[in-house]
Design a protein around this ligand. Structure first.
Ligand code: HEM
Ligand SMILES: *[C@@H]1O[C@H](CO)[C@@H](O)[C@H](O)[C@H]1NC(C)=O
Ligand SMILES: *[C@@H]1O[C@H](CO)[C@@H](O)[C@H](O)[C@H]1NC(C)=O
Ligand SMILES: *[C@@H]1O[C@H](CO)[C@@H](O)[C@H](O)[C@H]1NC(C)=O
Ligand SMILES: *[C@@H]1O[C@H](CO)[C@@H](O)[C@H](O)[C@H]1NC(C)=O
Ligand SMILES: *[C@@H]1O[C@H](CO)[C@@H](O)[C@H](O)[C@H]1NC(C)=O
Ligand SMILES: *[C@@H]1O[C@H](CO)[C@@H](O)[C@H](O)[C@H]1NC(C)=O
Ligand SMILES: *[C@@H]1O[C@H](CO)[C@@H](O)[C@H](O)[C@H]1NC(C)=O
Ligand SMILES: *[C@@H]1O[C@H](CO)[C@@H](O)[C@H](O)[C@H]1NC(C)=O
Ligand SMILES: *[C@@H]1O[C@H](CO)[C@@H](O)[C@H](O)[C@H]1NC(C)=O
Ligand SMILES: *[C@@H]1O[C@H](CO)[C@@H](O)[C@H](O)[C@H]1NC(C)=O
Length: 496
């Protein structure tokens, strides 16, 4: 398997056991010993998380309470093993009591995740669908029509193109009946054993108050492939720096707190219910990756760049589909990919220019996944940050079906789904005329309701040569939209 912008990551730990225990964490501690090493992976290419002190001073400068924000929202793709439990609420009264007494004490806050000393053995977060809010008799309008209508409404016609799914034929059946799933519990840890132990005690404590509808086990790829997704690309490099949480690395977009958290400055919707403050919309998509088909396509279509072997030509085609080839246009540069000071420090414009030249695709196609989903200087500088999301995806999905399925358990947070995930998928990735006429589809995630996709600009020796992709290498198996409330909202609104 080719590794584009590859590197051999070192699994480094964030700190050492200091023995400090927060009150909130004592429950977890009573189940098993304190952890001695971080719950998170830390591939060299991905931005490091801030220290708890740095994050808290950034937060207090803008009046943000990181202890009230669920821990998954801001941390990025640093989970090793993750388990998604999609559930229905079977007994509202019993569930609400359990939410307060069993689940809330285990809900991991952002503050807790940042320090090994306060990390639980298993990170637990919870989020609710619209059907879940309705079941809990929470009737306020939260201010997001995409959330309220559910993912299926956006994925299937009559929406003109929508998310591009060819209906729900490929969807996991449990996502098709989109009123039965009321919420999702996320468990993450460094080992499956930890997750299993937490899951066991959770299941026995919750008993009949919930129904387990669907589950998915995801894991970062092992060994040398850590930090890479299934097609072999290095992933998790570029995520926005959120004001009040971290300081930006070179090239990192800086987004206002309200781009991710509801009710904070920069939130595009002003009329949120008070309880929604500091919550975030969680978009879940189970994205299957057809890895052999993708590789075969690359093998069959090497770029005829003079001086490259066919294998190198195939690698180059793959790289131009998805990777940030801009800094290293012809060959993989592992050391560069590894360096967080450099690996995100580029726009698609010439240095010193505020706009890209749309006729120059020599270094990166206009259609490349990374360019479609963050056009940087293509739309002019300073960058408009309205359409940024925080991706916290766990790499490998192994579903609970008999057929082993490879893919991405895609999770992204934002304060507005139609400006975030849906905008990127529909208006950019699926729009053959973004950001120039005849750009073509995003060759990785672009979708046209099952039809073939034409992609331009992939061949640097002739950027007007269209390449037709008759296979969707990424297949949507569906998903749902959820709301991840603040800890205080769980206590004061969701469990009463
Ligand atoms: C299986 C499906 C997918 C694969 C294989 C994939 C792969 C990648 C890779 C390799 C990168 C570049 C590394 C990085 O900057 O972290 C990237 C970046 C990104 N992807 Fe995806 N991705 C997938 C799905 C999605 C979806 C569904 C969306 C949203 C609609 C999305 C949005 C983004 C964004 C916003 C970036 C960052 C671009 C930047 O900041 O420069 N991705 N993806
Ligand atoms: C921050 O949130 C936590 C969890 O809800 C709460 O216990 C604490 O009182 C809050 N702190 C402030 C200063 O509001
Ligand atoms: C629901 O849970 C409550 C509280 O545990 C219990 O009293 C009640 O019998 C349950 N209802 C049903 C239908 O099981
Ligand atoms: C739902 O909440 C409303 C107030 O918001 C209340 O009047 C009503 O009784 C509640 N219904 C149930 C079934 O708890
Ligand atoms: C975790 O639980 C699953 C399902 O019960 C089981 O198949 C798996 O072997 C367990 N893994 C470990 C490491 O115990
Ligand atoms: C997982 O698969 C098994 C065997 O097909 C099934 O009995 C079980 O209900 C599934 N569990 C979930 C949570 O999907
Ligand atoms: C990437 O960085 C890590 C840690 O900084 C280092 O151990 C490793 O050798 C680097 N790999 C490459 C290919 O430069
Ligand atoms: C980032 O890129 C800019 C513009 O090319 C350059 O001036 C700067 O030195 C780079 N920063 C780092 C840390 O390499
Ligand atoms: C680019 O835009 C910035 C901010 O609007 C401005 O200060 C700068 O002069 C512009 N540079 C060029 C080369 O147009
Ligand atoms: C940023 O983009 C949004 C939505 O596309 C648009 O409404 C807004 O006017 C833009 N902001 C600036 C400063 O251009
Ligand atoms: C580039 O591709 C286009 C479309 O296939 C073709 O018409 C044109 O002749 C090609 N140009 C060269 C120089 O090969």
């Amino acid at each position: 398997m080719k590794l584009t912008l590859s590197f051999i990551p070192a699994l480094t730990y964030l700190g050492l056991y200091t023995g400090i225990v927060s009150a909130q964490d004592s429950n977890v501690r009573s189940l098993s010993p304190r952890r001695q090493s971080s719950i998170l992976i830390n591939p060299a290419a991905q931005p490091e998380l801030p220290t708890v002190n740095a994050a808290q001073s950034a937060a207090s400068a803008v009046g943000l309470n990181l202890t009230d924000i669920q821990g998954d929202i801001l941390i990025g793709m640093k989970k090793n093993k993750e388990f998604f439990l999609f559930f229905g609420i079977a007994n509202v009264t019993a569930f609400q009591a359990n939410l307060a007494s069993v689940i809330l004490p285990l809900v991991t806050s952002t503050t807790q995740v940042l320090d090994v000393a306060t990390q639980p053995n298993t990170l637990l977060n919870i989020a609710f669908s619209q059907a879940g809010l309705t079941a809990l008799n929470i009737t306020d309008d939260i201010g997001d029509a995409s959330f309220t209508n559910g993912q299926q409404a956006s994925a299937t016609p009559p929406v003109p193109k929508g998310l591009g799914d060819p209906g729900t034929t490929n969807w996991v059946p449990q996502f098709v009946d989109d009123t039965s799933i009321h919420g999702v519990i996320l468990l993450a840890s460094d080992t499956v054993d930890n997750i299993n132990a937490t899951l066991d005690s959770l299941q026995s404590a919750l008993g009949d108050s919930i129904t387990e509808i669907y589950s998915l086990q995801a894991a970062a790829r092992p060994g040398d492939e850590q930090g890479h997704e299934h097609f072999g690309f290095l992933d998790g490099i570029s995520n926005p720096a959120v004001v009040g949480f971290q300081t930006p690395l070179p090239g990192q977009a800086v987004v206002p707190t309200g781009q991710v958290l509801l009710g904070e400055p920069g939130d595009q919707v002003s009329s949120r219910p008070a309880w929604a403050k500091d919550g975030s919309f969680l978009v879940f998509r189970q994205l299957q990756q057809l890895v052999p088909e993708f590789n075969q396509f690359l093998t069959n279509n090497p770029i005829p760049e003079p001086g490259l072997t066919p294998e190198q030509g195939s690698d180059l085609l793959g790289a131009r589909m998805g990777a940030p080839v801009f800094l290293s246009p012809l060959f993989d540069d592992p050391a560069l990919g590894n360096d967080t000071q450099q690996n995100n420090n580029f726009t698609y414009a010439a240095p010193g220019s505020n706009f890209s030249d749309p006729t120059d695709q020599s270094k990166c196609p206009l259609s490349a996944h990374i360019r479609k989903t963050r056009p940087r200087a293509d739309l002019g500088l300073p960058e408009n940050t309205t359409h940024h999301i925080v991706r916290v995806t766990a790499a490998e999905a192994a579903s609970n079906t008999t057929q082993i399925e490879r893919g991405l358990a895609f999770v992204a947070y934002q304060s507005d789904i139609s400006l975030g995930f849906e905008f990127l998928q529909e208006k950019w990735a699926n729009n053959a005329n973004f950001f120039e006429p005849s750009t073509g589809f995003d060759p990785i995630i672009g979708a046209d309701n099952g039809a073939s996709r034409i992609v331009n600009g992939l061949d640097p020796t002739n950027t007007s040569r269209p390449i037709t992709l008759s296979t969707d290498f990424v297949v949507s198996r569906g998903g749902q939209y959820f709301f991840s409330p603040s800890l205080s909202a769980i206590a004061n609104t969701f469990s009463v």
